[in-house]
Each structure stands twice: as C-alpha cells, then as structure tokens.
Write a protein that binds this ligand. Structure first.
Ligand SMILES: NC(=O)c1ccc[n+]([C@@H]2O[C@H](COP(=O)([O-])OP(=O)(O)OC[C@H]3O[C@@H](n4cnc5c(N)ncnc54)[C@H](O)[C@@H]3O)[C@@H](O)[C@H]2O)c1
Length: 455
C-alpha cells in the first residue's frame, strides 16, 4: 500500500482497534519503575496483515543501508522513504530502493507520514533517543541501532515512550537473535559448563577503516550537508567534514569503542545469561596509535562485576577493544563455568568440557598412597569428546536477517521484541558507564534493576 488516503483509513481503523484494546488494559502493565511487565497482546495493530510493513530509513549511511537491505530481504517489508542529512546518501537511497521513494533531510517529515509503519534509526548515536522517542510518539514501530542511547541519563525516556505508546521497539544488536546466541543460552541453562563464574570478550582491529577513518566524499560541504541539524544540542561550530563523516571519534556524537562495540557483547551476554547487568564497572585504556584528533581511546579494557541473582550466579566479565591489533581474531565471546567453557559466535558455539579427573586415578598419587604400585599400569580410559562444535546449517541467513525477521514478526503479532527499549537500555548502560569510568578514573556503581547510578 502506498496510497495516502487508503493509508489514512487504514490508520483510523488501526487506531480504533488499538484504542479499544488499550483502554481496558493499560492499568497495571507499567510498574513504578517504568518497566513493562509483559504487554504482549496489548500492542497496537499497525496495519492489515496482508499489507507490506512500510519502512523509512532515518540515517541512510553505512549501517542504515545495510539495515535497509536486510529489511527488504524479509518477505512483506518495503522501504518507501529515506531521511539523511547528506545529499549523496539520499541519492544513493533512491538508487538502492527506487527513484519514487520519499526523501528528506528532516526526520519530522517522515514521522508525519501516515503510510509509514516502522522506522529504522541508524543515525549517529547522539540522535538515537530524540528520533526514537518522537517516532514512537507518532505511533511508529522503531528499529534503533545500538547503542540505544548516547548518555545513560537518556535511557528512561526511551523506555517510557515505548511503554506509553505500546509500540514495538527493537534495538540493533543483531547477534542476540542468532542461532549461536540461542544455542549458548540453551546450553548454559542445561548446565553444559556448570556454574558460570567468568566471561570475556574482545574486538581487535588494525586498519584505518576499522579504526573509524572513513572516507570523506569530495563534495562534502555545508551546501550538501545539513550541518546545523547534525549538531543537535551540542555546541555550534563551523562545518567540519571529519566531525560529520567520522563522528565516532568525537564525544558529542559518538560513544567511543565501548558504545560502539562492547554494547554488542553486553546484549549477547545478557540474552544468554538472562542478566540485567553488572553492578560495578571499571575501565582503563588509552589513545595509543590513531592520533588523528579523536577524543576517545583506541584501546579500552572494561571489568564488570555481576552479582548473584535468581537468573545466574555471581560472575565477572572482562571486555577489551584494541584498534592496534592485527594479530588476533576480530571478535570473541567466551563464557566459563566450573565444568567447561563456551566460545559463542553468531553461527557457531564451541563447547569445551574441563579435562579433570579424580585424584585417585592419578598413577603418581597412587604410588604414594598405594603399596600395590606394581599392579597398577596406566590403562587408558574411554573419554567423552573434550569439545563439541555446534554449527549453523548451510544456508543460514544470519543474525541480521533473524533480528529483522523477529522485529517484523513482533509488529505483525503485537509482541514485545526480545531487544526492546528496556533490554537495549540495560545493554547500553554498562558500555556508556565504561566511558564515565575511563574519563573520571573511578569505578562506577550501577543498579541494573532500577536503572540508577549508585553513589
Ligand atoms: N548493528 C551493527 O552491527 C552496527 C554496525 C555499524 C553501525 N551501527 C550503528 O549504526 C549507527 C550509524 O552508524 P554508521 O556506521 O552507519 O554511520 P554513518 O556515518 O555511515 O551513517 C550515519 C548517517 O546518519 C546521517 N544522519 C546524521 N544525523 C542525522 C539526522 N539527524 N537525521 C537523519 N540522518 C542523520 C548521516 O548523514 C549519515 O549518513 C550508529 O549508531 C552505529 O553505532 C551498528
């Protein structure tokens, strides 16, 4: 459906149905903390199930384009509009999604349109909260890239907007929708590694592109870019192409390596362990190599303390990012328990069991304990496999596809998504607090249940 008047009547019908469902059900679903219990079945109807879900991409750069392409590959979804602040990206969106799509530099024009059911928010981090909240207030479903917010203090507004508007929101840490994350969750629950005591993860990179030195187009200027809009609430300054195209390097717009990368590992870890987050956060690192004017470290190590809860035992987490390391694998997440460990990838889980044996079987010990040494010989035993590899079937479409599939499925079936605003906030908070710890040189205490800093 692309016709505005049909869409208007469709929207009226939708609102009527949604209104009658909601009127009887609002009380009791939002707790004092602003947390949804479970409002499954209470979400609005977006559209006639036979229609396409009509989508606008807001922030049609690198990830917005990847998100748009993946969204389009899921049957029943269609990109009909794009918003970006740079002319070149709007031209590319038309080439990619068709010359008839609606384009604008002002996201508010997207939100006013009645024919748009869902938006993908893939702007730099400092715009995520404002656009997501405004989109939900306009009744749109929102797929917002990670980290959900730029500052910890912004999280409640997003959670509140989702609860109040009863819309579907999915945050974009796609790994947690993967077969690999699901298998790891199942194995942990089945006791495959025993009692969890430790987890670790890292991201290693060693290229200018990997370290955020993206190309700057030749025509970049304040004629082709809406620079004032880009700045949002941050200090006015003359047009600066580096700040616009390499925004990750600057604290006003980006969230450093932890907001960019740690957040993925938090999302996966919290999904696998059912955790709500750590209570203590400490980070250290430095700017060792990419001295190009950036304001954030290129090496960062974070340490996190997870207290015991009903969902998991107490454990520690260690995360690191190194942008000056070309020797290691690029990404890694490992969970360790007293009976083994798991390396978790999006399409593969490697389970390794501890190679321990009872002391009494040790021949050396037997010589000391047992006079019958001459009768003991080192007879070999049958042993179970030390490691088991679970791999996705050939043809698996991958985590990104799954994450969009789940998002659309929630829209169609009025369900709360697995990475909703509350989950997204709890994954973003410890990543953002890593920056606070690094810049203040202090440990930060966090209450992940009530979403509050602890003094
Ligand atoms: N899930 C993932 O694996 C993944 C991977 C990469 C990036 N990301 C996230 O995606 C987001 C975008 O990253 P990117 O690498 O695509 O950056 P990018 O610079 O390539 O694209 C951002 C685009 O947003 C546009 N923009 C800026 N402010 C805007 C506004 N107010 N309204 C409309 N458009 C605006 C810019 O013009 C630019 O084209 C970031 O939050 C990043 O963390 C996620």
């Amino acid at each position: 459906m692309s016709n505005e008047s049909t869409s208007n009547s469709r929207r009226k019908f939708i609102q009527k149905v949604a209104g009658s469902v909601l009127a009887s059900s609002i009380p009791g679903i939002i707790k004092a903390t602003g947390k949804p219990d479970n409002f499954e079945g209470l979400l609005r109807n977006y559209y006639n199930p036979n229609d396409n879900i009509q989508i606008a991409v807001i922030g049609a750069g690198g990830m917005g384009t990847a998100d748009g392409n993946t969204a389009m590959s899921v049957p029943g979804a269609k990109i009909i509009a794009a918003c970006d602040l740079y002319d070149g990206r709007l031209e590319a969106a038309k080439k990619n999604y068709g010359k008839d799509i609606f384009t604008t530099k002002d996201y508010r024009e997207i939100l006013q349109r009645k024919d748009i059911d869902a938006v993908i928010v893939a702007t730099p981090d400092h715009w995520h909260k404002d656009i997501s909240v405004a989109a939900m207030n306009s009744g749109k479903a929102v797929y917002c890239e990670k980290p959900m917010v730029h500052e910890v203090s912004e999280g409640n507004a997003v959670v509140e907007a989702q609860n109040r508007n009863k819309v579907v929101m999915q945050v974009g840490s796609q790994g947690m929708s993967s077969l690999g994350n699901e298998k790891a969750k199942e194995l942990l629950a089945a006791g495959a590694i025993g009692k969890l005591n430790y987890a670790e993860g890292f991201w290693a990179r060693n290229s200018p592109f990997g370290a955020w030195q993206y190309d700057i187009p030749a025509d970049a200027s304040d004629k082709t870019v809406d620079w004032k809009m880009f700045l949002n609430k941050f200090p006015d300054r003359p047009f600066d192409a580096k700040r616009f195209f390499r925004w990750r390097c600057y604290r006003d717009y980006g969230t450093g390596v932890s907001g960019d990368l740690f957040v993925h590992l938090f999302s996966s870890l919290h999904f696998i362990t059912n955790s709500k987050g750590p209570q203590k956060i400490m980070a250290m690192g430095g700017l060792r190599y990419w001295k190009d004017g950036r304001e954030v470290p290129d090496i960062l190590m974070g340490m996190f303390d997870y207290a015991e809860t009903e969902q998991h035992p107490a454990f520690n987490l260690s995360l690191r990012v190194n942008f000056v390391d070309g020797t290691a694998d690029s990404t890694y997440l490992r969970l360790v328990g007293n009976e083994g460990s798991m390396n978790v990838e999006w399409d593969k889980v490697t389970l390794t069991k501890n190679q321990s044996y009872a002391a009494v079987d040790d021949p050396l010990l037997k010589t000391k304990m047992n006079k019958e040494i001459e009768t003991v010989y080192d007879r070999k035993k049958m042993v179970p496999p030390s490691s088991t590899i679970y791999k996705a079937e050939e043809g698996y479409k991958g985590a990104h596809y799954d994450h969009f599939y789940n998002f659309f499925n929630c829209i169609r079936n009025k369900k709360v998504s697995s990475e909703d605003a509350l989950f997204g906030y709890r994954a973003a908070a410890p990543a953002l607090l890593c920056n606070d710890s690094y810049f203040t040189d202090k440990a930060v205490k966090w209450d992940p249940i009530n979403l509050k800093l602890v003094n």
